[in-house]
Design a protein around this ligand. Structure first.
Ligand code: AMP
Ligand code: MG
Length: 320
C-alpha cells in the first residue's frame, strides 16, 4: 500500500506511538510529531537535517487550545487570532513551562498556529496532544505543496503522508511576534502585511536575520532549488548573460520570448498575487527537475503577497 493516504485513524495511531506523519495544511505540508514526545521531536530534526537552534511551530485545533501552550496573550495577538485562525498566521508568544525546550530551541517563547485544512483540523481535534510540524522537506530545500513532493523527499523515511491535495496558499505562514505589546513581523508569508494592518494598524518588519536574531530560522539561503537561481526585474537582460545554457524562466504574468529558454513557467496569467504564491513552490519543483543550468525568476510587484513571494525567491537565489 502506498504511504500516501487519507486514513486519519492510521495517522492517529502512528502519532500516538511517537512516529512521524506528514500532514497537509493550507500553507505547505508539515512533518508532524507529538510535541511531548522527545523521540518524535528528535526524529523531526534528524529526518529534516534541521539544526537544533531552529525552533518548531506548534499546531493546535482552536483558539481555545492556546491557553495550554502560552502564558500570556497581548491584546493585539488576540485580535489577530480571532481574525485569522484557522489560517496562515503564526503567533510567537511567551511559552508555558510545560512546552519542551526542544520545541522552542531553549527560548522562552513558542510559535503557534491553527492550520486551515479540514483533514488536519480533524486530526488535531482527535489527538490528545498538539503537533510540532515544520515543513516536510530537508533543511533549506524547496517546501512541499503536494503529497508527492513529500514522497520524493521522505518516501523511505516516514510511514504515512496524509493526502490533503495541493496546498491552497502554497507558501509558509506569516510569523508575528510581540515586543512591548507591539506586533513585529518575523517572517513574511501567506497572510499579507496589509491584511494584518487592517486589524491592528501599523506593524514593524524584522524579517531578516540581521534585524532579528530572535528568529533563527530566517536564514539568507533557504527554500532553495538545487539549480542555480537568479532573481531579477529584467529577465531578458539576465538571459543574455547565459547564452548557450539551458535556461528555465519563472515569470510572474507574461510569457518571456527569447532564444535559449528551455522551459517557461508563469505564476499567474491573470497577475493575481495569491495565485502566484500558491504556484510558487510547485513551479520551482518542476524547474528543478529539468537539469537546467540556471533558473531565472522574475521579481513580483512589491505589494501584498508579492512581497512574500519575493522574500522566498531572494532566499532561493542567495549565493553563499
Ligand atoms: P518552519 O516550521 O520550517 O516553517 O519554520 C519555523 C519558523 O518559525 C522558523 O523560521 C523559526 O525560526 C520560527 N520560529 C519558531 N519558533 C520561534 C520563536 N519562539 N521565536 C521566533 N521565531 C520562531
Ligand atoms: Mg521550512
Amino acid at each position: 500500500m502506498s504511504i500516501i493516504s487519507t486514513d486519519i485513524q492510521k495517522a492517529i495511531s502512528l502519532l500516538e506511538n511517537e512516529k512521524l506523519v506528514a500532514i497537509p495544511t493550507e500553507t505547505v505540508y508539515g512533518l508532524a510529531g507529538n510535541i511531548f514526545s522527545e523521540k518524535a521531536i528528535q526524529q523531526i530534526f534528524t529526518t529534516k537535517k534541521r539544526p537544533h537552534f531552529n525552533p518548531l511551530i506548534v499546531h493546535i485545533h482552536s483558539l481555545e487550545a492556546l491557553k495550554s501552550i502560552v502564558s500570556y496573550v497581548p491584546e493585539k495577538a488576540k485580535k489577530l487570532a480571532e481574525a485569522f485562525w484557522p489560517g496562515s498566521l503564526t503567533l510567537v508568544l511567551p511559552k508555558k513551562n510545560t512546552i519542551p525546550d526542544l520545541i522552542t530551541a531553549g527560548k522562552n517563547t513558542v510559535a503557534v498556529r491553527v492550520p486551515n485544512h479540514p483533514l488536519t483540523l480533524e486530526l488535531l481535534k482527535q489527538l490528545p496532544f498538539p503537533l510540532a510540524a515544520p515543513s516536510a522537506n530537508p533543511f533549506n530545500s524547496i517546501s512541499p505543496t503536494k503529497a508527492i513532493h513529500v514522497a520524493h523527499y521522505f518516501g523511505d523515511k516516514i510511514d504515512l503522508i496524509l493526502d490533503g491535495g495541493s496546498c491552497k496558499n502554497g507558501i509558509e505562514s506569516t510569523i508575528v511576534g510581540f515586543e512591548n505589546e507591539e506586533a513585529v513581523i518575523y517572517r513574511l508569508g501567506a497572510l499579507s502585511v496589509e491584511n494584518i494592518e487592517k486589524i491592528i494598524g501599523k506593524v514593524t518588519l524584522k524579517n531578516t536575520k540581521e534585524e532579528n536574531p530572535e528568529a533563527p530560522g530566517m536564514l539568507l539561503k533557504h527554500y532553495a532549488p538545487k539549480t542555480k537561481t537568479i532573481l531579477t526585474d529584467n529577465i531578458l537582460e539576465e538571459i543574455k548573460k547565459f547564452q548557450g545554457k539551458k535556461i528555465g524562466v519563472l515569470a510572474f504574468q507574461n510569457e518571456v520570448i527569447s532564444d535559449g529558454i528551455f522551459e517557461n513557467i508563469i505564476l499567474s496569467k491573470t497577475g493575481n498575487l495569491e495565485e502566484a504564491g500558491t504556484n510558487l513552490y510547485d513551479s520551482l519543483h518542476q524547474l528543478d527537475s529539468l537539469e537546467l543550468d540556471v533558473i531565472i525568476a522574475e521579481k513580483l510587484p512589491e505589494i501584498g503577497l508579492g512581497n512574500s513571494v519575493n522574500d522566498r525567491l531572494q532566499r532561493a537565489a542567495f549565493q553563499i
